[in-house]
Design a protein around this ligand. Structure first.
Ligand code: IPE
Length: 255
């Protein structure tokens, strides 16, 4: 079984609010259709330009006016539902049995971490050969009213629960670089990453869930190899599934 993250920067244009990249998602669905013949797959998608700008403009990470905040939470959640529905429609057009689930109905947070979950349905769907689709979301929290639940946190939790053979993150660049490649032309692609790898996490897009740093921290919590590959490059998913050299791989180092 494989868990695949459709990163927000791959499926949306992060510079323009609510811009869905249908042709990229279509290409990804075609690739997944060939993998699905021999592997169980769970999908988690990010928020990109659907969730981050809303969460940012309503300051969901800080405590503001309760009524305004509440509206921001509802708007962000509904934007994520709309994004999930568009992804699902494309997968269905390729006859893939995708099954969208709402993360905030499954997970409750405490101190930003998943604290309670009702996730049996995900395993059940996988056993019955569906492709469960979850997404980053707003979620109820025990320590505050509501918090942001990133797709990366969902994956870290599910990886420990479902023990996939690998996790694959689709990004809009070729993998993890030692510094931001859109700011530094001499940035180097890191083929293997361990706890000692030095990375400069300078960001250049709105991201309320911790960006690349959070992704890599979550990757170290997973009990399997974690691939970071370019979701725009045809054939990259198949290579990662087959364990061929592609993108960057984080291998858990037990200390
Ligand atoms: C963020 O999810 C969730 C919200 C802002 C509601 P992710 O952190 O998984 O999204 P991307 O992949 O960075 O866009």
């Amino acid at each position: 079984m494989i868990i695949l993250k459709l990163g927000g920067s791959v499926i949306t244009d992060k510079r323009n609010p609510m811009s869905f990249k249908a042709s990229v998602v279509n290409q990804i669905a075609i690739e997944i259709a060939s993998v699905y013949r021999y592997k169980k797959i769970a999908l988690v998608h990010g928020a990109g330009s659907y969730g981050h700008p809303l969460a940012q403009s309503y300051a969901l990470k800080s405590d503001g006016n309760a009524a305004i905040r509440q509206l921001g939470v509802a708007k962000t959640h509904c934007a994520m539902l709309r994004l999930s529905a568009q992804i699902a429609d494309i997968f269905l057009s390729h006859d893939l049995p995708i099954y969208p689930l709402t993360a905030s109905s499954i997970f409750i947070l405490n101190q930003t971490e998943v604290s309670l979950s009702w996730d049996n349905v995900i395993n059940d769907l996988l056993q019955k050969n569906y492709i469960p689709l979850l997404s980053g979301d707003t979620a109820m929290a025990l320590d505050k009213d509501v918090d942001i639940l990133s797709g990366d946190q969902i994956i870290a939790f599910l990886a420990n629960r479902l023990k996939p053979e690998k996790v694959i993150f689709l990004m809009d660049i070729d993998g993890i670089y030692d510094r931001n490649p859109s700011l530094y032309s001499h940035a180097k692609l890191l083929h293997e990453i361990d706890m000692d790898t030095k990375i400069d996490f300078e960001m250049n897009a709105i991201d309320v869930s911790g960006g690349l740093k959070n992704k890599i921290e979550q990757a170290f919590k997973m009990p399997c190899p974690v691939f970071f590959i370019n979701g725009n490059v045809q054939g990259a998913i198949a290579k990662a599934v087959q364990g061929k050299a592609v993108g960057s791989v984080v291998k858990r180092v037990l200390r």
